[in-house]
Ligand binder design. Structure first.
Ligand code: GDP
Ligand code: IMO
Ligand code: MG
Length: 424
């Protein structure tokens, strides 16, 4: 049976933990979008990892870890990550890298900086927008090009010529075009050359054999290039609606679609955030939830849960079950607020506006739910949870329109309650 794990907010919902938890029964775990802008925290046998490119299922010997065509790869990040994980495991993970996956090159990071994208959008400075732009403009370098050094050199020469024509007096670009780029790339690709191949074919075959295939989304629905809070989004498709394209396989059946939701909301980078708390309550959430970026270390903006935004996400993710994470962080709040509608232009609406300018005008309309004092971290049964926590979860399920499949009460896999409601 195939399962997809998808972030339903602005990323950092806890996808890494949920994927790691579900991957123990999988034969294949597939990343299908984004690149090293992602940071997925996994605690494997007591050791904490922030995975950026390799799927969070990489820690199990029976799992084939796949980087599908929708992923953008920085070979130096991949190399460092695989070395670190291999040292921890004592064996080298099995990897399959799609030949159609695009490579992030030094000029992508340079262009992101020259264009000031980190300032305008709060991007992660990993070269994400420039590499996806090159893909769409048909001037990208793909991992399959590494298998043919002459083709790689020719394509790189063409790309560098174009860059030099566009920026004739840039010393940074001149420094990059010294000619060593192809050789440097081939050197960092060396450990992965045998892993590059037909990922779409392998995924299609595993699905046809009805193997336990797990798809791990990066980012979240509200950061989706088309249906998120454009232009304050990432540059890939982050939702279930985008998954088929990110792997190159028509998805006839993924019976289990787990929408991961943090029990409150966080966002890193720029862009409107209607339920943001810029007061002490937000500060408490950041402190109690240790809300600092896994990739960049930036403090995350914090706020209440937003059902309007979650229903928007659900339209693209079609979750069959929800994993609600970090419920433990809310313990001790007197009262919890849930945004059920927005006020925009003097009227109440439950529609999530696509235009960033409209979203910035939206005022949250809250309903209050009572909080609880108990420490939830040791609880392992749904019925053990305080009744206030259970009614909060029930309200989320009703508001989003999907049952609660998992409740996460701490960063480790054991700190999870599975309710059994997860598939169609
Ligand atoms: P991802 O990008 O969606 O994988 O999420 P991140 O790893 O970037 O951020 C989630 C953070 O919350 C990480 O530090 C996790 O270790 C932590 N975490 C995940 N689930 C829980 C939970 O249920 N409770 C607490 N307290 N922390 C959690
Ligand atoms: P995971 O997979 C949270 C945000 C950046 C920025 C915007 C665009 O860990 O949930 P980009 O570098 O992608 O061009 O930046 O998207 N962003 C994330 N925020 N979690 C992520 O990944 C993110 N990946 C990108 O902060 O606002
Ligand atoms: Mg993250």
């Amino acid at each position: 049976m195939a399962t997809a794990v998808l972030g339903m907010q602005w990323g950092d919902e806890g996808k890494g933990k949920v994927t790691h938890l579900l991957a123990k029964d999988a034969t294949m775990v597939v990343r299908f979008n984004g690149g090293p802008n992602a940071g997925h925290t996994v605690i494997d046998r007591g050791v904490r990892f922030g995975t950026h490119l390799v799927p969070a299922g990489v820690f199990y010997p029976d799992v084939l870890s796949v980087l599908a065509s929708g992923v953008v790869i920085d070979l130096s990040v991949l190399r460092q990550e695989v070395e670190e994980i291999s040292r921890h495991l004592g064996w080298r993970p099995r990897l399959l890298i799609s030949e159609a996956a695009h490579l992030i090159l030094p000029y992508h990071r340079l262009l992101e900086d020259l264009e000031g994208m980190a300032g305008t959008f709060g991007t992660t400075r990993r070269g994400i927008a420039p590499v996806y732009r090159d893909r769409a403009a048909k001037v990208g370098i793909r991992s399959g090009d590494l298998l043919s050094p002459p083709r790689l050199r020719r394509r790189l020469d063409e790309r560098m010529d174009l860059l030099k024509r566009l920026a004739p007096r840039s010393p940074e670009i001149d420094a990059l075009s010294g000619g060593g780029l192809a050789e440097e790339l081939l050197r960092s690709a060396e450990p992965f050359l045998n892993s590059i191949g037909d990922a779409a074919g392998a995924i299609g075959e595993a699905l046809a054999r009805d193997e336990a295939v797990l798809f791990e989304g990066a980012q979240g629905a509200l950061l989706d290039l088309d249906f998120g809070t454009y232009p304050f989004v990432t540059s890939s498709s982050t939702t279930f609606a985008g998954l088929a394209n990110g792997i190159g396989v028509p998805l006839l059946r993924v019976d289990c679609r787990i929408g991961v939701i943090k029990a409150y909301t966080t966002r890193v980078g720029e862009g409107a955030f209607p339920t943001e708390l810029v007061d002490e309550v937000g500060e408490t959430l950041r402190r109690e939830g240790a809300e600092f970026g896994t990739t960049t270390g930036r403090p995350r903006r914090c706020g209440w849960l937003d059902l309007v935004a979650l229903r928007h996400a659900a339209a693209f993710d079609a979750p069959t079950g929800l994993a609600v994470t970090k419920l433990d962080v809310l313990s001790g709040s007197e009262e919890i607020k849930l945004c059920r509608a927005y006020r925009l232009g003097g009227r109440e609406t439950t529609r999530f506006p696509l235009a960033a300018e409209d979203l910035a005008e939206c005022q949250p309309v809250y309903e209050m739910v009572p909080g609880w004092r108990e420490d939830l971290s040791g609880m392992r049964e749904y019925d053990e949870l305080p009744k206030e926590a259970r009614s909060y979860l029930a309200r989320i399920a009703e508001g989003v329109g999907a049952p609660i499949a998992y409740v996460s009460l701490g960063p480790s896999a054991e700190e999870t309650i599975a309710t059994g409601f997860d598939s169609e």
